[in-house]
Design a protein around this ligand. Structure first.
Ligand code: AVI
Length: 326
């Protein structure tokens, strides 16, 4: 039997990033998934985005939580001992408001932040335990579903799951319902979900939030190419692409794209692959859906939750929904 010798690809070629890049850049139109944003540099750029004047999302939600934390926590506890779980907690900068309210209500609280980034969780633990000694922080390094499963064993009392920051908006409507259903599947009737969603508003405000004057969001978007260059030995020239934010009225979403400024070819050496771009062709890197009350309530209901209460800022730019597992 004669052996056929196939060209050898490096081990990285079967990694999640390689699979994502291979599939996304051979699709028409080209896409790359938003999880690729969050390497170390991308996570730092996202933190910088949350502090931008144009990116109203984080400060508006923080203001809602600051005003209503006591109400939210006592509605979720319903007179029982409450523990708090947070999906995609990151460094948990807004969570202190709710933990503080839980300490006020019941004297102490256990907080389970779930995130894939161990360093972000350690940062959250160190800060929260220094600021709020009555909070026991039990970090869970995992994705949402697996993390919730780990947290479920042998528990007593009520659980409040936080899914804030409008992270749900980065999923398609169908996937969002699946994510919520996954959460619901790990809860008992009476446990609650606190869901933060960014609402539909003036298009100019939305576009500015995703294309800020200082260019931080542009660098965040472009970082995907830098990451692919580093991890897959590619030769994207970020200067030959332009960051683009678009409002898609039909789907009620902001889209982020990277637009090729010329006809070009890019080599992705770890995949032994060449990718052609025509002038003006884009890679679609993110959707950020913007919601109405009706849409959120419909998704919660389909996932097995019943709306209890909701809170917004005065301009109705952002809403926080408390829903109970039904
Ligand atoms: C994480 N996520 C909710 C952000 C958003 O607003 O969709 C990600 C982001 N992309 C650009 N700016 C912020």
């Amino acid at each position: 039997m004669s052996a056929i010798s196939l060209p050898k690809l490096p081990a990285i070629a079967s990694s999640p990033i390689a699979v994502e890049v291979l599939n996304g850049l051979t699709e028409h139109p080209k896409t790359l998934s938003p999880w690729l944003f969050y390497d170390e540099a991308g996570s730092r750029l996202f933190e910088a985005i949350t502090e931008l004047q144009e990116y109203y999302v984080t400060r508006t939600e923080r203001q809602i939580l600051a005003e209503h934390a006591d109400e939210i926590v006592s509605a979720a506890a319903g007179g029982r001992d409450l523990s708090i779980i947070e999906l995609g907690a990151g460094t948990a900068t807004k969570t202190g408001l709710l933990l503080n309210a839980a300490v006020g209500l019941q004297g102490s609280v256990t907080y389970y932040p779930i995130d894939v980034s161990e360093t972000a969780l350690e940062e959250a633990r160190t800060r929260l335990e220094a600021e709020l000694p009555e909070v026991t922080v039990e970090p869970i390094v995992a994705d949402y579903t697996e993390g919730m499963r780990q947290n479920g064993a042998g528990r007593a009392g009520r659980r409040l799951v936080l899914y804030i920051g409008s992270s749900i908006g980065n999923f398609s409507p169908a996937d969002a319902v699946e994510v919520l259903r996954g959460v619901r599947g790990q809860l008992l009737p009476g446990d609650c979900l606190l869901l933060g969603t960014d609402m539909v508003k003036d298009t100019k405000l939305l576009l500015a939030a995703y294309d800020d004057a200082a260019g931080v969001t542009a660098r965040f978007n472009m970082n995907m190419l830098v990451r692919i260059n580093r991890e897959l030995d590619a030769n994207f020239n970020p200067q030959m692409f332009r960051h683009q934010a678009r409002w898609n009225e039909q789907h009620s979403r902001i889209e982020m794209h990277l637009e090729s400024l010329l006809a070009q070819r890019v080599a992705i050496r770890a995949l032994d692959m060449q990718v052609r771009f025509s002038l003006g062709e884009t890679i679609h890197t993110e959707n950020s859906y913007k919601f109405t009350d009706e849409r959120v309530v419909a998704s919660l209901t389909r996932a097995g939750f019943r709306l209890r209460q909701q809170w917004s800022d005065a301009k109705k730019w952002f809403t926080v929904f408390l829903a109970a597992a039904s």
